[in-house]
Design a protein around this ligand. Sequence first.
Ligand SMILES: [Zn+2]
Length: 453
Amino acid sequence: MEEKRALRGAGYIRVSTADQATRGLSLEAQEAEIRRYAAAEGIELLDIYVDRGITARKRLDRRDGFCQLMAAVDAERIDIVIVLRLDRWFRNVYDYHRMMAEHLLPHHVDWCAVKEQYNTKTTNGRLMINLRLSIAEQECDTDGDRIRDIQDSLIRRGQWPFGSAPSGYRIVNKRLEKDPDTQAHWEFFFDHLLTNGSIRAATIAMNERFGTSYEYTHTQKMTKRPLYKGEYRDVPGFCPAYLTEAQWDRLQYLTSKNLRTSTTPEGLVYLFSGLLICGDCGRRLVSQTTRTNYGAGVYYSYRCPLANLNRRCPNNKTLSERKIERHLLDWLDEHLAGYIAEYEVQRSRKDAAQPDNTAAIRAKQERVKELFINSLIDIQEYRDRMDELESKILPPPEEEPGPDIENLRRLLHSDSLAIYSTLDRAEQRAFWRGIIKTISVYRGIILDPPVFL
Ligand SMILES: [Zn+2]
C-alpha cells in the first residue's frame, strides 16, 4: 500500500492598507493563522505568497503575489492553497471561476480557507462559494462607494483627499496652496505655453531656466487638469489657480491643435497648412512638396487649388514655405510692437466714438415717470415718451472678437522669436497656429499683416 504523502501547500495573503490596521487581518496575523492551520492539517507549507497594500478591487493580473502563486499552481509544485478567508483572494464570482477553470482544476490543485468551511467538490459547496462571493462583491462595491462619498465631501469643503500634492502645490491644513518652491516654475511654464503653444518647448525652456528635470509626459498631463484653473472634480475655486478660465480654455484649444495630427501620412509637417488664404479667390491654399534633385531634402510650398484647374483663379504663383516663414519672422520682429500700439489706439477711438448714453436716458425716463406720477401727463403720453427715450439708447459697440492682444504682448516680451529656430517643425507649426488665424497671399506676395487669433 502506497504511503500517504503530505500535501504540499502554499499560503496566499492579501492585505490592504486598511486591513493592516485591523485586528486579525494584518499580514502577521494572517500568516500565523495559515501556519497554524497547515501544521494542524499535516500540510507541508512550502511558501506564502503576499500581496500588500492591495484592495480586492485590484485586477488579478496586477497582483504580483497572486501571479506567482498561479505560476506555482501551473508548475504543479503544490497541491493545495491556503487562505484565511475566501474574500482574501476573491471578491468576485467571475474571477474565482476563471481562476478555478484556468489554473486549479487543470492541475488538480485544491484550496481551503482557515476561517471558513467550503467544499469545492459538491454542488452545494460550490453554491455556497458563489453566494459568499456575491456578498463579498456587493460589500466591496459599497466600500468603494463609501470611500468615494468621503472623498467627495472632503473635496466639497475644499480639502485635498490625497497624501501628496500635485505639481506646483503643497498641502497646508489639508488644503492645496501654491508651493513657493515651485510656483515660479509653473508660472513660467504656463506663460511660455500660452505664448508658444508647444508643451514640449515650454517644458524644455522651464527646465533650462530653473535647472529642473520635468518630463514632457508629466507636463502634458498637467495641461489637461482643470486643477490648474482652481477646479477639482467639478468644484470651482477648489484651490488657488495658475490659469484664469480664459487662459485655460485657450490652453485646451492650443494643446488640442498640438495633438491633432500635425504630420501627413508621409511624415511631412506643413508649417502653414490651413492658414494661407488666396487673395484672389478666397480659397485656402494647398500645400505641396517637391523632392529636390540632389536628394538634399524636401521643398515645401503652397498654391491656390483653383489656379491650375482651367485657370479659374489668376493666382498661379507658388509660394515657398521658407519665404513665408522669413516674412512672418521679420514682420513680427519689426512690426509687432507697432501693430499692438495701433490696435490699442483704434480700440480706444472706437470706444470714444460710441459713448454709452444709457445712464443719461435712464435719468430722463425718471423725470417722465415723475410727470406721470404727478398726473402732469396721461398714460398714453407716458408710454410714448418712455418708448421714444428707450429707442435712443445707443447700442453697445459690437464686440467683434479681435486678436488676443494680451497674447501678442506676451509674445513680444518673450524669447519666443529667439528660440524659434531651435524648435522642431511640429513645434514651429504649433507656434504659428497658436498666434495666427489666417494669412492673405496675393499672387505669391504677402501684403497685409497676418490676421491674429
Ligand atoms: Zn485663388
